[in-house]
Ligand binder design. Structure first.
Ligand SMILES: [Zn+2]
Length: 348
């Protein structure tokens, strides 16, 4: 059984290809973080190696070894977390070239224990040009028994030559009700908590499930949001200190910093919704009073411009641009409370 929730069209497409023996040699799964790209990639790896009836059965030895990350023919490469020297942002690029070479060599050998080798590349937008060119050669000369699955949050950041060699599969965020129902019916989360998490998840069920299992995640989210709100009112020195902290985190695991920016963007998007009188649609339902209080200090223009700044910073980081520069520019762009309509310096 496919584990992916709320992506019926995608699942039936892959199921049909599986049944008719017409699977592609390379897939590009596109969608926001925590929407289910990795779940789908692993399900596909299970499906092509399953020993049970109704692949992916999830119960045979092969499916279980894949779920446990122990299957010799399934390789997951996460380009987003640096395994090397975390202080060297260059190391991310070097790692990806080396890993592509190793992967090419491994792809040329027959499967070790299953029927089909599957290589999953998470954060494919981070491939360096050199690594992408090497990968392209492999994708242009497909070998039987090998499937490549590339995962990305933004396929516009990938070379067009790579995209054109893959079958593109888009995973859209789920609706709030879909997330809520899945939390209640499949993961046994109680109603009140499911309602809150389904709003905060932005359609990304993976995040909601993790937050339901691990109460600390919600706590960390609250702490990060508090920090971001403090920073919005702080002087430049504090803002740059925070930017420096984010750079360190980014070099260890870029996903955490992209999550922080996502949180910040959601907050300012909520502020815009409150501003235009659409408070019903906000994400941070547990903080509606705080949003209403903050709303008066900013104009709609200020809010809109800053949302664009956050989005731009996120894209720069995805592009592997200089993270320090991108984050410092973002800190400079935080709007000042009560400034635009009143040119004289007003109270903070
Ligand atoms: Zn199975």
């Amino acid at each position: 059984m496919w584990d992916l929730v709320g992506q019926d069209r995608v699942v039936s497409l892959l199921q049909r290809s599986l049944e008719t023996g017409s699977l592609a040699h390379a897939y590009l799964l596109v969608g926001p973080a925590h929407v289910g790209k990795m779940t789908l990639a692993l399900n596909l790896a299970q499906a092509v190696n399953c020993e049970g009836t109704g692949p992916p059965c999830g119960e045979c030895a092969s499916c279980q070894r894949i779920a446990d990350g122990k299957h010799a023919d399934i390789q997951v490469i996460d380009l987003g977390s640096a395994d090397g020297d975390p202080t060297e942002s260059e190391s991310r690029v070097k790692i990806s070239v080396e890993q592509i070479e190793q992967m090419q060599h491994s792809a040329s050998l027959p499967p070790f224990e299953g029927r089909c080798k599957v290589f999953i590349l998470d954060g494919a937008e981070l491939l360096s040009i050199g690594a992408a060119n090497r990968l392209l050669k492999t994708l242009e000369e497909p070998v039987g028994n090998v499937i490549f699955v590339l995962l990305t949050v933004n396929d516009k950041l990938l070379p067009a030559t790579i995209v054109s060699r893959c079958q593109r599969v888009e995973l859209a965020p789920l609706g709030i009700t879909e997330v809520e129902n899945a939390l209640i019916n499949r993961w046994g989360v109680e109603l009140g908590r499911a309602t809150l998490l389904s709003r905060l998840a932005n359609g990304c069920l993976g995040w909601a499930v993790s937050a339901a299992r691990d109460g600390q995640l919600l706590q960390q989210r609250a702490e990060t949001l508090d920090k971001l709100l403090d920073i919005s009112d702080a002087g430049y020195e504090q803002r740059f200190q925070y930017a420096a902290q984010l750079v360190v985190s980014f070099n260890q695991n870029r996903g955490t910093v992209l999550d922080v920016l996502g949180l910040w963007q959601d907050w300012w998007r909520d502020l815009m919704l409150v501003k235009v009188g659409c408070s019903d649609a906000i994400t941070n339902v547990d903080r509606s009073a705080q949003l209403s209080g903050m709303n008066a200090g900013y104009t709609l223009d200020q809010i809109r411009v800053f949302i664009d700044s956050i989005r731009a910073a996120g894209e720069q980081l995805q592009l592997n641009a200089n993270p320090q520069l991108a984050l410092e520019v973002l800190m400079l762009n935080i709007p000042e409370k009560g400034k635009v309509n009143n040119p004289a310096p007003g109270p903070r």
